[in-house]
Design a protein around this ligand. Structure first.
Ligand code: NDP
Ligand SMILES: O=C1O[C@H](COP(=O)(O)O)[C@@H](O)[C@H](O)[C@H]1O
Length: 493
């Protein structure tokens, strides 16, 4: 049973209702919330240009949730709350029609004037929609108003600033929910809990005991249908500026004084401020970029990035990035945070490996180099869980070997359904909890850090492609670690 105060009421307007994100993520998330009783008094308005009707829209919504275990009765009760409104967001007449429909539904569904505007559209429309929502009075009713914004939030710091100013001219910061879907992942949310709910780790969580921290988010897929977007973005903007930076911040932040949005964000912001800015001339000492060539994934031949479509044939866009991030503060001085992410890599896996320093002398390994450091591995996906690597007695006294203590958080083990990232974030937004959304200051600091890397890379044309599909990236990424006496821990297991 969900408690009454945890059942938010709202009209949810989805701009971009006919698009991929709405279909793949938003409708299934809403359905699961509905099924679990988290939302009861709600209506959804789908807005886009296509001349759909309520009926055709509902069919599409039903189709998009068909893989979720369902009862027909529920499905109809769910889809009957969906209404379609043809809208061209660049045409101001659209907003008046939309407002009339919202007001009508507010009466019928008792949503108390609460409204979520979800912008599941290309970023060039974010500013214009926000402006028109204000101009045409869609923010004026009683009840709360929230604006959910998809990524990418800008292309660099200046464009992000401009976008932010446009949005802020219509919405207050506390009404803006900038989505970073990694912040909705169960094990990303668990980083904080593992750190701050266990005396075991927090005392060791600093440069006296940790040697380095590695964050890998590898994908085996290529760019698929998103080549046009991706080629203007690249791995650094697409993954590092947002998801990877957020994970670094969660791993490195100080314990907040409480779990409110303001306190958690404020600690993350301090980490982002302490990240050592990379001088563009020195970029090669800190960051490595790559682009995939042809290769094999799961036994099948796949093409290189430049052969994916005709428009990519001369592309210098990076599909891989690895970097060493130094956090110049009291806790972390001297400890590299290594990040890497890329497409068409050997496996789909997101993992964090915390490598502890070795003890100065180990009696149980004949060869010092065989000594296995203690590792804390946070498995974010596809497995969810935590593994701690310890050394324990081998067959005979005087010998040790690494053993694993594993905790698996996966749904199958518990017979429960871990909500998907989008479901959690959408629910948080409906409840008014912005903790797992990014504040403008975080976005700005991340861009400022990333812009210097990109500026360094612009000075020199890359020799692409430089890694074969199905590998774990260019060799230079291994050298980035080996020059510090480190190596990437495998993410395949
Ligand atoms: N798809 C994904 O997996 C992810 C997407 N995102 C982000 O989500 C956003 C949406 O992406 P995605 O769903 O893939 O994009 P799509 O191209 O699939 O959808 C775009 C939507 O915008 C609508 N649209 C375009 N122009 C107008 C207009 N002038 N007025 C009204 N509606 C318009 C389209 O509908 P119509 O043609 O009917 O007007 C369509 O519904 C982007 O910001 C993207 O970066 C982020 C992470 C992952
Ligand atoms: O934001 C993005 O994330 C996905 C990877 O997300 P995951 O949850 O599957 O790890 C990535 O494929 C996409 O390019 C990027 O825009």
């Amino acid at each position: 049973m969900v408690e009454e105060q945890l059942k938010p009421k709202a009209v949810i307007v989805i701009f971009g209702a006919t698009g991929d994100l709405a279909k793949r993520k938003l409708y299934p998330s809403l359905y699961r919330m509905f099924r679990s009783g988290k939302i009861e008094d709600f209506a959804v308005i789908g807005a886009a240009r296509r001349p759909w009707t309520n009926e055709s829209y509902r069919e599409n919504v039903e189709q998009s949730v068909k893989n979720i275990d369902m009862r027909d009765k529920d499905l109809q009760a769910f889809s009957s709350r969906f209404f379609y409104q043809p809208v061209d967001v660049t045409n101001s007449a659209s907003y008046q029609d939309l407002n009339s429909l919202i007001q009508e539904l507010e009466e019928d569904f008792h949503t108390e004037g609460n409204r979520v505007f979800y912008l599941a559209m290309a970023p060039e429309f974010f500013g214009i929609i926000a402006k028109n929502l204000k101009l045409h009075g869609l923010k004026d009713s009683a009840g709360w108003k929230r604006l959910v914004i998809e990524k990418p939030f800008g292309h660099d710091l200046p464009s992000a600033k401009q976008l932010n100013e446009e949005i802020r001219s219509a919405f207050d910061e506390d009404q803006i929910y900038r989505i970073d879907h990694y912040l909705g992942k169960e094990m990303v949310q668990n980083i904080e809990v593992i750190r701050f709910a266990n005396g075991l780790f927090e005392h060791l969580w600093n440069n006296r005991f940790i040697s380095n921290i590695q964050i890998t988010s590898s994908e085996s897929l290529g760019v698929e249908e998103r080549a046009r977007y991706y080629d203007h973005s690249g791995a650094t903007r697409d993954m590092a500026q947002n998801h990877m930076m957020q994970m670094v911040a969660l791993l490195a932040m100080e314990p907040p004084i409480n779990l409110t949005t303001e306190e958690v964000r404020s600690e993350k912001i301090k980490v982002l401020r302490a990240m050592r800015s990379v001088n563009p001339e020195d970029v090669d000492a800190y960051f490595v970029r790559g682009q995939y060539g042809p290769g094999q994934i799961a036994g099948s031949e796949v093409t290189g990035y430049r052969e994916e479509t005709e428009e990519l044939q001369d592309s210098d866009t990076e599909t891989y990035v690895a970097g060493k991030i130094m956090i110049d503060n009291y806790r972390w001085a001297g400890v590299p945070f290594y990040i890497r992410t890329g497409k068409r890599l050997a496996v789909k896996s997101t993992k964090i490996v915390v490598e502890f320093q070795n003890i100065p002398m180990n009696l149980y390994y004949e060869n010092k180099d065989d000594q296995h450091p203690n590792l804390l591995v946070i498995n974010i996906q596809p497995e969810e869980g935590v593994t701690l690597y310890l050394n324990a007695k081998k067959d005979k006294v005087g010998h040790a070997e690494p053993i694993k203590l594993s905790y698996r958080n996966n749904l199958t083990d518990h017979g429960i359904n871990t909500p998907e990232a989008y479901e959690k974030l959408l629910y948080d937004c409906l409840l008014g909890d912005a903790t797992n959304f990014t504040h403008w200051d975080e976005v700005a600091l991340s861009w400022s850090f990333i812009d210097s890397i990109l500026a360094g890379w612009r000075m020199k044309r890359p020799a692409f492609p430089n890694y074969a599909s199905g590998t774990m990236g260019p060799d230079a990424a291994n050298k980035l670690l080996s020059k510090n006496g480190h190596h990437w821990w495998p993410v395949e297991e």
